[in-house]
Write a protein that binds this ligand. Sequence first.
Ligand SMILES: *Cc1c(COP(=O)(O)O)cnc(C)c1O
Length: 383
Amino acid sequence: MNNEADTQPSAWAEVSLANIAYNVQVLKSTLKPGTQLMAVVKANAYGHGTVPVARAALDAGATWLAVARVSEGVELRAAGLDAPVLLLGPIAPAEATAAVNAQLVVSITSLRFAQALADAAQAAGTTASVHLKIDTGMSRFGVPLDDAIGAAQALTRMDGLRLDGVFMHFATADEADPSFAQLQIARFEGALNDIRRAGIAVPLVHAANSAGILAATSYHFDLVRAGIALYGICPNSAFTQCADLRTALSLKSRVAYVRAIHRGTSVGYGRTFVAPRDMHVALVSIGYADGVRRALSNKGEVLVRGHRARILGRVSMDQIVVDADACEAQEGDEVVLIGRQGDAELSAEEVAGWAGTVSYEILTGIGARVPRVYLSANNANSR
Ligand SMILES: *Cc1c(COP(=O)(O)O)cnc(C)c1O
């Protein structure tokens, strides 16, 4: 990126690492004594930037990191971070060597893959640390419950591997009804008992995502895996500790220009908005390639001068048009798509509601061309 783009981007995301650090402390204060915190930084740290977030989380007291792809783990190592990194999902056998070389702790979801990893580790003259993932109800990946003990036994016999942990993942921990989460935990504890009764030591047991952390300390075990809450978003507003979390990301752009249009003039592709009166419209330099969902066409709102202004017509790849009369927009004004401006706020959850999705998809969908700007501590949002 050239310097001009650095100093005056059309659209940018401001990230408060102080708020990430603060959220680590809030989450740590909810943990059962002795439980460690893993910062989940997959998908570019939910759009916030992998390496800066990982560093901030570790400095604030997280002791583990987690990623979904080998490339994400390699990026952490290349930045000089040497904390333990768990690779959460299954990877292709062809990626085993890269995972071993980056010293990632690898999730085992099938014995066939475990053998490929063991071979790669032995070829590299090392031992790969692995965590066995047990499927207790997600039916996505992980060894089936009934195979858990057999898999644990097989892993302890494989040269080149060391079984250092066992984990599961919740399907519904963010929901009001705790019954399925409790069933998953009961299944998990049953499998753990079987494994331990077979004389296999399990140094690290973990189950909880953000919702699990906030739902019950009985879900904490040795380690918890915090994603969305680390970024200040509450998985369910019924969790009272959420009140203390601080969002860390704002998505911003600028008014490129304001123009007057006559009643009856159509705006944008497909002419889906027709001016009901003579009015002013503002062109804003951000579009769906930057992460403004096209589903926000004629529906979403932005903040200008502390007021809400509606998106008019379709979201384009690089631009949106908004109602300038509602906010008295002027050329060059800052436009907030996620975050606060004055007393007004647009949360990632509200944006997700317009788009019919979840805050996770909004945050991870912020475009690669949007520069992330890291605020210094004294610039941090107070909320
Ligand atoms: C992404 C992920 C998490 C983090 O989930 P949040 O809901 O964002 O806290 C935890 N565990 C696993 C296995 C994941 O894939």
